[in-house]
Design a protein around this ligand. Structure first.
Ligand SMILES: CC(C)(COP(=O)(O)OP(=O)(O)OC[C@H]1O[C@@H](n2cnc3c(N)ncnc32)[C@H](O)[C@@H]1OP(=O)(O)O)[C@@H](O)C(=O)NCCC(=O)NCCS
Length: 206
C-alpha cells in the first residue's frame, strides 16, 4: 500500500494513511492520523478512561482533554506533531481504543500514549510503540523519549519490555524519562510503508 508520506509531508494528505498492526491474538489494530472530524470521538475516548488512567496520561486531574490540547491533537502534522488513533479492524463502531501523540524536535521524538482500560494487557501498547519507532526513523528521528510518573508501573513495564532506558526527568522528581535510540537505517525500517516513506524522503532530499 502506498503511503501519503511517500510523496510529501503535507499534513492535508495524511488522512488516507492507515497502518494495520497484528496483535499477539492475531486480531488487527488500525492506526491512523487524527483529523478535525475526530474531535468528538477522541474526546469521548478520553472521558471514558478511568480517572487513574487519565491522570497517568495527562498528568493532571482533568476530566477530559482540555480544549486547546484537543484542538492540537486533531490537527495532525501541525508543528511536526502527530496524533494516532487506534481502533480494531473488526469493530464496526470505529470506537477509539488507544491513541499516541508524538512530536519531532530535530532528531528527538517525544511521545505519550494510552490504551482504553478494557483493552489493556493485549499487546496494544507494545505494537503501537514498535510502530512509532518506524514512524520516527522514517522522518529522521534518532531518539524516542517520553516522561511518565514514577508510580506508573504499567508504562514503566511497557517501556522496559520495549527496550527503553530510564533516567530522571529534568526538574521533576515525580517523573521518570524513558528513552530509546532509533537505530534503523532507512532501508531496514521494519514497517513497509514507513520504509518506503523514508526512501522517498531521502530521494527528494527532505
Ligand atoms: C501503559 C499502557 C499504555 C500499556 O498499554 P497495554 O496495551 O496494556 O500494554 P501491553 O499489553 O502492550 O503490555 C506491555 C508490557 O507492559 C506490561 N504491563 C502492562 N500493563 C501492566 C500493569 N498494569 N502492570 C504491570 N505491567 C504491565 C505487560 O506485562 C507487558 O509486558 P511483557 O511484554 O513483558 O509481557 C496502558 O496501561 C495505559 O494506557 N495506561 C494509562 C495511560 C498511561 O499511563 N500512559 C503513559 C503515559 S506516557
Amino acid at each position: 500500500m502506498a503511503s501519503a508520506l511517500e510523496t510529501a509531508f503535507d499534513p492535508h494528505a495524511l488522512a488516507g494513511h492507515v497502518d494495520s498492526l497484528t496483535l499477539p491474538s492475531g486480531r488487527k489494530l488500525m492506526l491512523r492520523f487524527a483529523q478535525p472530524d475526530d474531535s468528538d470521538r477522541l474526546q469521548r475516548y478520553f472521558r471514558s478512561l478511568s480517572q487513574a488512567s487519565r491522570h497517568n496520561r495527562l498528568m493532571s486531574g482533568a476530566p477530559e482533554l482540555p480544549a486547546p490540547q484537543l484542538d492540537r491533537f486533531v490537527h495532525s502534522g501541525e508543528a511536526d506533531a502527530y496524533t494516532l488513533i487506534a481502533s480494531m479492524a473488526d469493530d464496526d463502531s470505529d470506537d477509539v481504543i488507544g491513541e499516541v501523540r508524538y512530536g519531532h524536535f530535530g532528531p528527538d521524538v517525544e511521545f505519550g500514549l494510552s490504551v482504553a482500560d478494557r483493552w489493556r494487557g493485549q499487546g496494544i501498547g507494545s505494537v503501537m510503540l514498535a510502530n512509532l519507532e518506524c514512524r520516527a526513523a522514517a522522518l529522521g528521528g534518532e531518539r524516542l523519549f517520553g516522561d511518565t510518573l514514577r508510580s506508573n508501573s504499567a508504562m514503566i513495564s511497557l517501556a522496559r519490555s520495549s527496550g527503553y532506558q530510564f533516567s530522571p526527568t529534568p526538574y521533576d522528581w515525580k517523573q521518570v524519562r524513558l528513552e530509546k535510540p532509533v537505530t534503523y537505517l532507512p532501508l531496514d525500517i521494519p514497517c513497509t510503508t514507513w520504509r518506503l516513506a523514508a526512501g522517498a524522503r531521502r530521494s527528494i532530499g527532505v
